[in-house]
Structures are given as C-alpha cells and as structure tokens.
Design a protein around this ligand. Structure first.
Ligand code: URA
Length: 436
C-alpha cells in the first residue's frame, strides 16, 4: 500500500482545502502505525486549529479515533445513556443526574475524566467516598451497568488510545482549544464507551473552556453532529459557568451537595440542571415516551428517594462506604474551617468561577503540583451573585487542611468577588439553553 502522504495533508489543511474522510482516517491509521511523526501530527493539528476542518472531516477523525481502540459493547442492553460535561467549577451534576436517570429507567454507563486544568473531574469527586473504586475493567463496567443500572468509572485506557497521545501533543503545542479537536477527543471516548444516548452539558463563561455563547454553541452542535453520524441519540445543553454552580466547590463538599439535591434539597441551579439533564437522558434513551413523561419519572425518582437509593447501590457495588450517602458527614472533612465575612454592605455583582477554582487548588484540591488530591478541602459559597450582604455577614466558608493557608485563601476570595450597589439589577440568570 502507498505510504500516507502526511505532508500533503498538512499543506492542504494549512490552505483550508476540504479534506475527505479517507485522508483524515489515513492520518490516524498512519500515526498509530508510527508512519507519521509527533512533529507532523502536531503541525497538522496546528493547521486544524488555525483553519478548522468541516464537520464531516471532524466526524471522520472521531470515527477513526474510536477505531484505534476497544469498544464497550452495550448493544444488548436497553435504554443506555451517558452524559458529559465540558468541565466547570462546582459541577457536581453527574453525581445527581446519573442516579436520577437510572432510577427513572435508563441504564447509565458513564466513563468520566479526572480534573482537567482548573475544572474538577467526577472521578476525583467520587474518590472522596472511602473505598470507592473507579478503575473498573470493561467487563466489570458492563456487568455493573446491567446489574445495577448505574456505573460511573474512570476512562479506560483501551478506549480511543490515540486520543491520549494526541491530547498530550496538543497540551505541549498550544492546540487544545480547537473545536474539532476537542469534539473528536471527547466524542471518541463517549462513542467507545457504548451508550446509545449521550447528553452533553457544554459550559460557557469565565470558569469554562468555552468563553462565548457562539463558541459553546458551535462546539455543542459539532459534538451532536458527530454522535448522530455514528447513530447515537444526542442532545446538548449550553449552561452558564461565570460563577460556580451551586454553593460547594471541592470534592467531598460537592458529593455532599449532590446528595442534598437527591434528597430534594440543595441549590436550585444544581437541582434544575440535574433534573433537566436526567430528563434528557431518560427521553433520548427511550425509557420514556415523551418529555413530560420523562420529567415526571425523574421528579418521582427524586421525591421518592429511589435516586438516592440508586446512588447508594452504585457506591456499594464499587466498593465504597454506602453509609456516606445517608450521612455525608462520614466523608473526609477538613481540619480547619473558617468564614470570610463581608466588610461592607451591598449586592454581590461578580463572583469569578475561575478564581474560586484557583482558591480551591491553592488549598490542595487539585492534582496540580501535588502528589495526591486533598478531597476534604474547598469552599462553600454562603452568598452568590445577586444576593445581598451586610457588614459582618458570613459570605464564604473555607475548608482547609493547613490552617496557615486560610489567610491567603481569604485574600484570593476577596479578589474573586465584587460587592456593588444593592439597587443594581440582579446579574444572575441561570439559563439552560438546549440544542437537540
Ligand atoms: N476534554 C477532553 O477529553 N478532550 C479535550 O480535547 C478537551 C476536554
């Protein structure tokens, strides 16, 4: 067979010429076979970053990436559903939405990532539950999906192995933030994980990778196009990520908040997003005949406690201490808890998700520069954007393992927040926009 002409591919992509599926597939095959060097792959991805590629070329790239590894075969299971978030701050939606969807009739089989950049990962959050195992084999993953109806595990290395190599190159060559490359990376792993329905939560704003509604919209539509072209039922929500979602940021604190949502409590933004995502999973997976019916089932799963029971069942199945679901105080807790009080009166007009994430990182809540994550640390936002404060009111609760980090955290939180005129219009609108 003729050698794949990667130089011509790079040149054509650089000129913005159309690429057919065969050439994009040829690139992945040749890269995996060692016929395309890392320098050439990086040059091609930079050309993709600068010129873009068509949606069909992005679909072909994704399909070839899926082919590079194994597939989880869920085809004999009915109503399988998965969800994915592009990453945010305080985003514990999977921990609530997946049990809700599972208790409402879907089989939820989700492989999750660890934290990426400043965003937290579901797998890291789940690992704050003592004993909880996320490293399941594909066989155990499938078996638990069938037996329990709910499994959330770490991304298996066998799925889309080319993504791991390309992602490392993208990280080193400033080619991460390209919609077709992000879409192919995310969707290759989602498609390989096998669910027939995939619901996406594309975050948009200061604390997200997509900063503008246009970018988020483009990425969401592209990922839906890719999934649909591979025969999956797709939906995407674009959701705000300027301030953190909910009130808790930090692993164990977020698990607690997700449990609160499943108990019928919890912050309204997290609860509504979890309910909508779960509804979409139930509808798309065919477990309910209509949107209204899917929503009613999901609400019942919450009010009856069956979603909470489903979460407890999953925790037990994966070796975790299920008693934390009844009593989240059993989760790791920080040694020092302090409160930041408002120095002034007014309305919180700005609460920067990215800076809050950096505070939690500085307390030890991320892997960056450290050997292990401290699951106990984080913040609880007692006041959020649009809420009023008076002098001395507690506004943020800080959970730290090292008491000497508290002062720095308080200074950083002060920089992440602005208190303005109490008559200022409420800037906060938690608007969930669906693309189906
Ligand atoms: N998450 C991924 O898995 N891949 C990307 O490219 C970006 C976010």
């Amino acid at each position: 067979m003729a050698q794949f002409d990667v130089i011509e591919l790079i040149e054509d992509t650089k000129q913005g010429n159309a690429l057919d599926a065969e050439r994009v597939t040829g690139f992945v095959t040749a890269f995996m076979a060692g016929e395309v060097t890392e320098a050439q792959a990086s040059a091609w991805m930079m050309a993709v970053c600068l010129q873009g590629i068509s949606d069909d070329a992005a679909s072909a790239l994704t399909a070839a990436m899926v082919e590079s590894g194994k597939l989880v075969d869920l085809s004999e299971l009915d109503h399988t559903a998965d969800k994915h978030s592009t990453g945010g701050v305080g985003d514990k939606v999977s921990l609530a939405a997946c049990p809700l969807a599972a208790a409402a009739g879907s089989i939820v089989a989700k492989m999750s990532g660890r934290g990426l950049g400043h965003t937290g990962g579901t797998v890291d959050k789940l690992e704050s539950i003592p004993g909880f195992r996320t490293d399941l084999s594909a066989k155990d993953f499938r078996a638990q999906a069938q037996r329990v109806g709910l499994v959330i595990a770490a991304q298996s290395h066998d799925l889309s192995p080319v993504d791991k190599r390309l992602y490392a190159l993208r990280h080193d060559t400033a080619t991460v933030d390209s919609p077709p490359l992000i879409a192919a990376s995310v969707m290759s792993k989602k498609l390989a994980a096998g669910a027939s329905a995939i619901v996406l939560d594309v975050k948009c704003g200061r604390g997200a990778f997509m900063q503008s509604p246009e970018e988020a919209d483009h990425l969401a539509r592209l990922m839906c196009h890719i999934g649909e072209s591979q025969g999956r039922a797709m939906a995407a929500a674009i959701t705000p990520m300027d301030q953190p979602l909910g009130r808790a940021v930090g692993h164990a604190l977020e698990v607690t908040e997700a449990v609160e949502v499943l108990r019928g409590e919890g912050p309204p933004d997290v609860a509504e997003l979890a309910l909508q995502i779960a509804t979409s999973m139930v509808l798309l997976s065919g477990a309910a005949p209509s949107l209204d019916d899917a929503r009613a089932r999901v609400e019942k799963a919450r009010s009856s406690g069956s979603a909470l029971d489903k979460l407890a069942e999953m925790v037990r199945a994966q070796g975790g201490d299920r008693r934390v679901i009844d009593d989240p105080a059993r989760l790791p807790s920080a040694r020092s808890i302090d409160v930041l009080r408002s120095p002034t009166s007014g309305r919180i007009t700005w609460l920067d998700a990215l800076r809050i994430a950096e505070v939690v990182e500085s307390l030890g809540g991320s892997r960056r520069g450290r050997k292990a994550i401290d699951h106990s640390v984080g913040v609880r936002l007692l006041r959020k954007q649009g809420e009023d404060v008076s002098p001395g009111d507690p506004i943020v609760e800080i959970h730290a393992s090292d008491p000497s980090s508290l002062d720095d955290a308080k200074t950083r939180i002060g920089r992440a927040m602005r208190v303005g005129d109490p008559a200022a219009p409420d800037p906060t609108q938690f608007e969930i926009r669906w693309i189906t």
